[in-house]
Structures are given as structure tokens and as C-alpha cells.
Design a protein around this ligand. Structure first.
Ligand SMILES: [Zn+2]
Length: 115
């Protein structure tokens, strides 16, 4: 499962951050998962649950997932449209059909709360 390795990467990142801040417990992790990132949110949550169990640093950490809107930019008039993920059929401003994805494929560690 692709998400397992993503969670492993996240845990590595958390250990690095904890080391820098000399902390031994992570309370809350906020992740931004773009609808176009290809990450299955439920699988990510599941992976987090499984992998944090054996890890004292994050054993009690709460996982919050933020799913941002996807931004499409019109190639003709630069008008921006936000959707939950689906591609608009055409630009709302000029009717052009060539819309370019601007945001929505990110996987970002947004915030970490530590003790
Ligand atoms: Zn347009």
C-alpha cells in the first residue's frame, strides 16, 4: 500500500522535528492532502493508526486531515476556479475549455503540536 510508505516518511519527518525541538511526544499532526495527490485518505489514516502504535513518540498523536479545494486556472483569461476535485467543463468567465490544474496535488505536513 502506497500510503504506508507515505506514513513512514511522515514519521521519519516527525522524529527529525522532535529531535530538533528536544521533545518526546507528538500530540497532534495536521496534514494537507490534495484531492489530486493520489493519496487515499482512509488508507493514510489506517496506516497512521497502525504505524504509530509501535512508536512512543507518536503513539497518542491525533491525526487531522485537511482537504483543500482544487484550483483550476483558465489558460485563456487566467480566471481561477475552485472545486472539490472535479475538473470544470469550461471557464466560468470566458468559456474556454483548456483549464490547468494550479493546486490540489499536495501532500503537506502543515502543523505539528508537541509536548
Ligand atoms: Zn477564461
Amino acid at each position: 500500500m502506497h500510503e504506508m510508505s507515505l506514513v513512514q516518511g511522515l514519521l521519519q519527518q516527525l522524529h527529525d522535528i522532535a529531535g530538533q525541538h528536544n521533545t518526546s511526544r507528538v500530540l497532534k499532526v495536521t496534514m494537507v492532502i490534495g484531492p489530486l495527490s493520489g493519496v487515499v485518505v482512509d488508507s493514510f489514516k489506517f496506516g497512521f493508526e497502525i504505524l504509530t502504535k509501535q512508536d512512543a513518540l507518536v503513539k497518542d498523536a491525533e491525526l487531522e486531515i485537511v482537504i483543500p479545494k482544487v484550483v483550476y486556472r483558465c489558460s485563456n483569461c487566467q480566471n481561477l476556479q475552485k472545486t472539490a476535485g472535479e475538473r470544470p467543463h469550461q471557464c466560468a468567465a470566458c468559456g474556454d475549455t483548456l483549464l490547468i490544474t494550479e493546486e490540489g496535488n499536495d501532500l503537506i505536513l502543515q502543523q505539528v503540536e508537541m509536548e
